[in-house]
Design a protein around this ligand. Structure first.
Ligand SMILES: NC(=O)c1ccc[n+]([C@@H]2O[C@H](COP(=O)([O-])OP(=O)(O)OC[C@H]3O[C@@H](n4cnc5c(N)ncnc54)[C@H](OP(=O)(O)O)[C@@H]3O)[C@@H](O)[C@H]2O)c1
Length: 289
C-alpha cells in the first residue's frame, strides 16, 4: 500500500510518519513539496505518485488569525481540500482528512457529555466554519474517505514545526518563572499526536467503514487541570492561577466545551496516561527549550 502524508513536517504529520506500519510505502510531503490551494501543484505532485491513500494534515489553524484572514482560512481549509478531493476521485484514492473539535459550538456543556460522531456540528468561529466546510466537501463529493476529528494536540514536534504547543508553553513559562494564569472554564480532550497517528493507521489498515471518526485520548479536562498535570508529570513546582475565559480577550470566540468521544469503536488510552508518557519521553529536550 502506498500512502502520501501532506504536512509531513507538522506536529501530527511527523508522528504519522513515525508510526508508519512496516508494510506501508510512505511518501511524506512538506509545504515546499506541495501547495494544496494550487490545483496544478496538487495534480502534478500526486498523480505522479499514484498513492492508494492520501492523509491530509495541512491546515490554517491559528484560530484568532483566521478571524482576520477568512479568505486564507477558506482557501486552505476548504478550497485546498476540494483540490485533494478531486485528485482522489481521479485516481480512485482514499482521502484521510484531519478535522477538529472546533466544528462544535460547545452548547453540550449543559449535558457535560462529550461530542460524538452523531452530534451535529455548528462551528462558531472562522477556523471552525472553514474546517467544517472542508468536511462537507469531503463527505459530499467523495465516497472513499475518513474524516478524523482530533483536538488540543501536543506532540514532540510542536505545531507548524516551530516547537509550539500548550505543554511546551506551560513548561517554558514555568522555567522562566513567568506567572501562569490558565482558564478553568473551557473543557477539551487533550490528545497526544503519536496516539492519534497510531489510530489513524489502524483505521486505514483495518479497512474500517468510511466516514467520520473522533480520535482523541479518553476523557477531558479544563485547560487549568491540563496545565496542573503537565507541571506535576514534569516534576515542576510552580503555582498556577485559575482564571475565567472572560479575562482573556481573544479575536475568535471559542467553544467552552469541546470534549470528543467515539461511538464507533475508537478507544485511545486516557489523556493523563498519554501525557505522562509524552513528558517522560521528551523531558531532556524540554529543559533545553
Ligand atoms: N494543533 C491542534 O491543537 C489541533 C486541534 C484540532 C485539530 N487540528 C487539526 O490537525 C491537523 C494538524 O495540526 P498540526 O498541529 O499538526 O498542524 P501543523 O503542525 O501546523 O502542521 C500542518 C502542516 O501543514 C503544512 N501546510 C500548511 N498549509 C499548507 C498548504 N497550503 N499546502 C501544503 N501544506 C501546508 C504546514 O507547513 P508550514 O508550517 O511550512 O506552512 C505544516 O507542516 C490540522 O488539520 C488541524 O486543523 C489541530
Amino acid at each position: 500500500m502506498k500512502v502520501v502524508v501532506i504536512g509531513a513536517s507538522g506536529q501530527l504529520g511527523q508522528d504519522i510518519v513515525n508510526a508508519k506500519p512496516g508494510l506501508v510505502k510512505l511518501v511524506g510531503l512538506t509545504h515546499s513539496d506541495i501547495e494544496i490551494t494550487d490545483k496544478d501543484s496538487v495534480f502534478s505532485v500526486l498523480t505522479s505518485l499514484e498513492p492508494d491513500v492520501i492523509i491530509n494534515t495541512a491546515a490554517f489553524h491559528k484560530t484568532d488569525l483566521c478571524e482576520d484572514e477568512p479568505e486564507k482560512a477558506f482557501f486552505i481549509n476548504a478550497v485546498g481540500v476540494k483540490n485533494l478531493v478531486e485528485v482522489c476521485k481521479s485516481m480512485d484514492s482514499i482521502l484521510v482528512h484531519i478535522s477538529t473539535d472546533y466544528v462544535f459550538d460547545g452548547a453540550k456543556i449543559t449535558e457535560k457529555e462529550p461530542y460524538t460522531e452523531e452530534d451535529l456540528p455548528n462551528p462558531i468561529n472562522i477556523y471552525g466554519i472553514s474546517k467544517y466546510a472542508g468536511e462537507l466537501i469531503v463527505k459530499n463529493y467523495l465516497d472513499k474517505y475518513y474524516i478524523v476529528r482530533v483536538a488540543s494536540l501536543y506532540g514532540k514536534a510542536g505545531a507548524s514545526g516551530k516547537g509550539g504547543n500548550f505543554v511546551y508553553t506551560i513548561l517554558k513559562k514555568a522555567k522562566a518563572g513567568e506567572p501562569l494564569r490558565v482558564v478553568d472554564d473551557i473543557f477539551m480532550s487533550p490528545t497526544y499526536t503519536l496516539d492519534a497517528a497510531r489510530e489513524i493507521w489502524k483505521l486505514i489498515l483495518e479497512e474500517r467503514p468510511f466516514g467520520t471518526y473522533h480520535v482523541t485520548n479518553l476523557g477531558y479536562c479544563s485547560w487549568y487541570e491540563f496545565a496542573k498535570k503537565i507541571l506535576e508529570y514534569a516534576g515542576v513546582d510552580a503555582s498556577i492561577e485559575p482564571v475565567k475565559h472572560t479575562e482573556f480577550k481573544t479575536k475568535a470566540k471559542r467553544p467552552l466545551w469541546s470534549p470528543l468521544k467515539s461511538v464507533k469503536g475508537i478507544e485511545l488510552r486516557p489523556w493523563e496516561e498519554a501525557l505522562k508518557e509524552f513528558i517522560g519521553g521528551v523531558s531532556t529536550q524540554l529543559w533545553k527549550l
